[in-house]
Each structure stands twice: as C-alpha cells, then as structure tokens.
Design a protein around this ligand. Sequence first.
Ligand code: GNR
Ligand code: NI
Length: 171
Amino acid sequence: MTQLTILRYPDPRLHTLAKPVATVDARLRKLAGDMFETMYEAEGIGLAATQVNVHERLIVIDVSESRDQPLVLINPEILWASAETRIGDEGCLSVPGIYDGVERSTSVKVQALDLDGKLQVHAAEGMLAVCIQHEMDHLIGKVFVEYLSPLKRNRIKTKMLKQKKTKSASP
Ligand code: GNR
Ligand code: NI
C-alpha cells in the first residue's frame, strides 16, 4: 500500500476533466486500495482520483463512523437527483481547514462499476448523497469552493497560497 499525495487548491490540476476507466484490472484495484489508505489516513469520507492527480473516473467513499464500509464507484453516472435540496457545510481534503455551505440534492441514484467490473445502482441519501455529489464534481474538475461567492473563493485562494509559502519556508 502506498500513501498518495493529495493536490491542494488552487492547484490547476484539480480542474482536469477525468476520462472514463477503460478496464477494471489489477492496476485499478491497487489504485483504489492506495486511495482508501490515503483517505483513511487523512480522515476524509471520500476521495476522487483527480485529487491524487489521476484523471480517471474513480471515487472511493466511506461515510461510516466505524470506517469499515468502503465503497468504490468506477465510471459513476447520476441516474436521478431529487429536486429537493439542502444546504450543508462541506469540507475538502484539497482545501484543508475550510468549511462552508453548499446546496445539494438530498437524494441521488447513481450507477457505477464496482471493483469486479459489475454495474451496480446505489440509492443514496444523507451524508452519502452529499459525498457522491462532491466527489463527482471533482471528476469534472470542480472544487466545492466554486459554489461560493467570488469574494469568499478569492479569500480562500489567498489563504491557501499563504499556507503553502509558510510551509515551504519552514525548516
Ligand atoms: O472528508 C470530506 N468531508 C466532507 C464533508 C462534507 C461534505 C463533503 C465532504 S468530502 C471530504 C473529502 C473530500 O475532499 N473528498 O473529495
Ligand atoms: Ni473534496
């Protein structure tokens, strides 16, 4: 297993459009395993391949308290999203320390391949529905701060760039 490096906003690579996964093979299973290790270590509830600089449609998720309900979504597509929405605070491993409200559908139906290459349909609500929508945005190069006002987004950008400077300057 290998810890992967998570790209930090405003890294332009976070805005890359991911390509569909061509084949579900050993390489992909290894990548999914490494993404779970990286996500659990960072105490996140989801991670999109985009965030580890792999531009393929692959997401790993675990929204359970007990951290023992891993879910892999390969080539995910939203089949249905509820008209009912809710504004909830979101965070992102690529934008550490920032939390703000984002409006999302409260429930979604999504189809995706699993690690056996089988097509599965998932009905999701609550935190899982939010997480799926957040991760699928990453695959199209979208970070949640893009839903915030330009003023907030620019403040976040400046804060992140300052943190980066301090980090590279520290001994
Ligand atoms: O760990 C995460 N928590 C979270 C909280 C609210 C809404 C979305 C998320 S996803 C985030 C992990 C992450 O950045 N995934 O891309
Ligand atoms: Ni994120």
